[in-house]
Design a binder for this molecule. Sequence first.
Ligand SMILES: Cc1cc2nc3c(=O)[nH]c(=O)nc-3n(C[C@H](O)[C@H](O)[C@H](O)COP(=O)(O)OP(=O)(O)OC[C@H]3O[C@@H](n4cnc5c(N)ncnc54)[C@H](O)[C@@H]3O)c2cc1C
Length: 369
Amino acid sequence: MTPDVIVAGGGVIGTAIAHQLARRGARVTVLDHAAPGQATAASAAMIAPDADAGIGPLRELAVESARLYPALCAELLDRTGLDSGLRENALLLVAWSEEDERDLRRRRHRLEQAGVASAWLDPGRLRDVEPALAAGLQGGLHLQGQRQVDAPALLHALSRAAADLGVSFRSEEAHRLVIEGDRVTGVQAGANKLSAGEIVIAAGAWSGSLAADLRQPMPVRPIRGQMVGLSPPTSLLRTMCFSSHVYLLRKAAGWIYVGATEEDVGFDSSPTAAGVRDLLSGAVALAPALEQAKLSHVAAGLRPATPDGMPVIGRMPGWSGITIATGHFRDGVLLAPITAELVGDLVEHRRPRLPVDAFDPARFLLRAA
Ligand SMILES: Cc1cc2nc3c(=O)[nH]c(=O)nc-3n(C[C@H](O)[C@H](O)[C@H](O)COP(=O)(O)OP(=O)(O)OC[C@H]3O[C@@H](n4cnc5c(N)ncnc54)[C@H](O)[C@@H]3O)c2cc1C
């Protein structure tokens, strides 16, 4: 049966889109050949719209997406019996120096202007809230009301729910787009030419090469993020704890996620000795008891980054039958539910529920002109 929509890419963005489109009654096929370096698999999966004190359309997207999470995870649990690991977790941003403290106090001011309450903790109070922290910290900013999920569990639940709604998943790479006149009519996947009324490019850091068939600038590039998993001998960490060097959070299974590097090294998704060394030394400096933890695993993912730091969500200008959703950089898990809803609206030629002008792929065309 010919699908209505082909989604190229089965990370959290492509799978959330497939799930959303299937909920709306579309016949959907997802293509993914499991490229090494999928960002979703390595993600810390914080659902923390207030971790960055940005303002404007991206913040609006982040806040709305975070709001959608509890209902989405409840729906996935209901449909599949699979738990995505959603749980409340406060955020603690710590200062090592007076300069860090000044930065955090400025951030607190911006958060207040956005209506977000936070508390400044002096060094004594800091270690009441997070006893694992090192001595000698200058203070910290404490924000309630943030969350995290388990990224692999979420992806599994989304895929199962999508499959239950009729989505077909194929282990194939979309090699190129099939174009007829000004219309994209399908994708070439190996020897197979697959046709659909609508194509969605959601191939993360790899999206640019598919979009290249449209002869339009799509400057999405990979930024490698390495992480380390640690298993401490006793339960450690109540908060998702950020210093300027590393962040630490306890995942539901009890291990500690140490993140993350940001490296512009192309499509190389191998963890490195230098990356792991920096993460471990930052982690132990922040929470000294981690010195006794067992190293459980190391991973790296390629975040899809854009020159202006904004995601790309929109129909491709000058073409019909094609929509793109990528460039979510450090926030793709957070932004997956709202991205899926916006793409659902765009594919159905409906007015998106939030303004998407700031994320329009046409902005790269204008800059290149
Ligand atoms: C270390 C690290 C920590 C992070 N922490 C957070 C966090 O706390 N919170 C948060 O919100 N975000 C976080 N992120 C960012 C988030 O993980 C990404 O923004 C998000 O996973 C991007 O999802 P995606 O589906 O666009 O890309 P990916 O997850 O990379 O998926 C893209 C998929 O496309 C497939 N593909 C590629 N080319 C093709 C093709 N031609 N045909 C078919 N399939 C193709 C690939 O195999 C891959 O599976 C983190 C990322 C990293 C690396």
